[in-house]
Each structure stands twice: as C-alpha cells, then as structure tokens.
Write a protein that binds this ligand. Structure first.
Ligand code: SF4
Ligand code: SF4
Length: 291
C-alpha cells in the first residue's frame, strides 16, 4: 500500500483539484482530507457519512463556582488572561483563551477548577463513488489540527489494510506547520503543486526542504503554468538540478472553476487538454512509484 500526499507551500494552488482528480483516476484507494482547518475535498467527492467520531484536541479549565471563595489566585496565575473577576467578585473562565496549561487548577486552594477534555471537532468515515473517504471538521479557532490529522490518517490506514487497498491518497494541509508535518509523516511520496509566481516558487522550495528533512520523497508539478512560462521553466530547471522528478504542467483553464462549481473532479468534468495534463501527471506518478 502506498501513501501519497498532495501538498503546496500555500493554499489556493490547486491542491484539492489535483487530489480530487487522483480520486477519480486511481483504483483501489482510500481518500483522506487532512486539510482539517479548511476542509473542502468533500465538495468534490460528495460523501455519504457512515460513521461520525468526536475529536478532543486537549483539555480546558472548568470552574465549580460553588467551591470558589474568590481568592483570586487563579486570575493572577493565568498567563493567558483567560480568567477574570467581575465587579461582583465572580470568577469567569474564557474557554476560547484557555490554553489548557492546568496552572489555575494547580494553584486553586479549594479544588474549584478541574481540567476537562473539550470536544473541538468531529471526523467522519464516508462512502463516495470513488471509494472510502476519511475527513474532518475542526471547530473555528480550535487548535491541535496536527493531532486530528494523525487520527484520521490512522483510520485511513486501518481501512486500507482491511480492504487490501493499493493507495491512501491524502489532500495535505497547506503551509509548513504542524498539520502538514502530520500529513507527511510516513508518506511514500509528496506531490508538490505550485504556481509560477515568485511567492509560489519560494513556498514550493520551503515545503520541499521540509519534506526532505523528514526524508519523504517529493515530485513536483506546476498549475497554471502558462500564466508565467519563464517562471515555469525556472521551476522545472530547479527540480532537475535538485533531482526532483517533474510530473508535468497544468494549463490555466476556466473549466477548472466550472468543475469546482459543479462539484465534480476535473478529469470527470471535461475532456479538454487540462484534463489530459492531469491524467499524464497521474500516469507519470504511478511509474515513479514503481521505480
Ligand atoms: S488552564 Fe491555563 S490557560 Fe486555562 S485558564 Fe487555567 S491557567 Fe489559564
Ligand atoms: S483559585 Fe480557586 S478559589 Fe481562588 S478564585 Fe480561583 S477558583 Fe476561586
């Protein structure tokens, strides 16, 4: 079983469009949306949710007002200003500001504060016409998305092992933070999609360096290459110099936006050249995985 993760240095480079097309092209796979902070692969895969699980990202302080004597120790001790005292002397904990460090509970002489697990999101196992799909919804402003990514990838691995699937195809998180590291860990190949802008190239180089650091093989492709052919050539030459396999170029095409609006993976939506370009990328990728 091979784990493939599609990543980009930043959001909006066509990562999800490429992943959804891979979903339509690959046989025997489970799909994962590990972009849990802004999940949108479901819009193209139209899942039917079969199982729902709660996700607890960590603990939050919880006050038992009946035990509180109003000594103020916790207000002083909280470095995150999550605890305040009203004019009437009532102690309040703001769950959004609480980082779950537990100091308030430690300093409270009355044992009036307990640390409790908080539900910060949900994750799902769904059925789609392209096979099983594991995805998640993290609450707004919730943290620990890396932990959630690890949880849904674990489930996808179990499904792949149970059903003897050939691939786990992951829509990775953008950027280079904790969630993208969690998307990459243990992957067989990271497919980096970039755009031919200077910031796109910079972000691509950063994300490839990061994958390299974790010893994950990378391959690269360019989206909307015809918006700046000079920069596209630069990317391709750079990949050649660094011995990073180059999978291909994808043209700018309004059909891409139309396919998104219709909620259909691009390779199913159109037979135009852009669709052929993605099919070629997939075929090159399969050959590469065999080497
Ligand atoms: S757990 Fe830490 S961050 Fe949360 S209220 Fe207590 S002291 Fe503040
Ligand atoms: S430390 Fe405990 S008793 Fe003192 S104000 Fe905070 S919750 Fe109340």
């Amino acid at each position: 079983m091979k784990q493939l993760v599609v990543i980009s240095g930043k959001g909006g480079t066509g990562k999800t469009i490429l992943t959804a097309s891979f979903a339509a092209l690959a046989q025997n796979k489970v799909m994962v949306d590990s972009d849990v902070d802004a999940a949108n692969l479901y819009l193209l895969l139209n899942p039917e949710i079969k199982e729902t699980y709660s996700f607890s990202g960590g603990k939050k302080a919880y006050l038992f007002p009946e035990k509180c004597t109003g000594c103020g120790n916790c207000v002083e001790a909280c470095r995150f200003d999550a605890i305040s005292e009203t004019e009437e002397g009532e102690i309040l904990i703001d769950p959004i500001s609480c980082e779950g460090c537990g100091v308030c509970s430690f300093v409270c002489p009355e044992e009036a504060i307990e640390m409790k697990s908080s539900i910060s999101g949900e994750w799902f196992v769904s059925k789609t016409k392209y096979g099983p799909f594991v995805h998640a919804k993290l609450g707004i402003g919730e943290e620990n998305s890396g932990k959630l990514v690890t949880e849904i990838r674990k489930k996808a691995t179990e499904i792949a092992a149970d059903k003897s699937l050939d691939y786990i195809i992951i829509d990775g998180s953008p950027g280079i933070g904790c969630p993208v590291i969690a998307s990459l860990t243990g992957a067989d190949m990271a497919i980096v999609i970039t755009e031919p802008s200077l910031s796109g190239i910079h972000d691509m180089e950063r994300v490839i360096q990061m994958a390299d650091h974790f010893k994950i093989k990378t391959a690269c492709c360019i989206n909307k290459f015809d918006l700046n052919e000079k920069n596209s050539n630069h990317v391709e030459n750079w990949c050649q110099k660094k011995s990073i396999p180059f999978l291909g170029r994808i043209s700018y095409d309004e059909e891409v936006t139309n396919s998104m609006l219709q909620g259909i993976p691009l390779v199913e939506y159109t037979d135009f050249s852009v669709s052929g370009e993605i099919k070629n990328i997939w075929e090159k990728l399969i050959l590469l995985l065999k080497t």
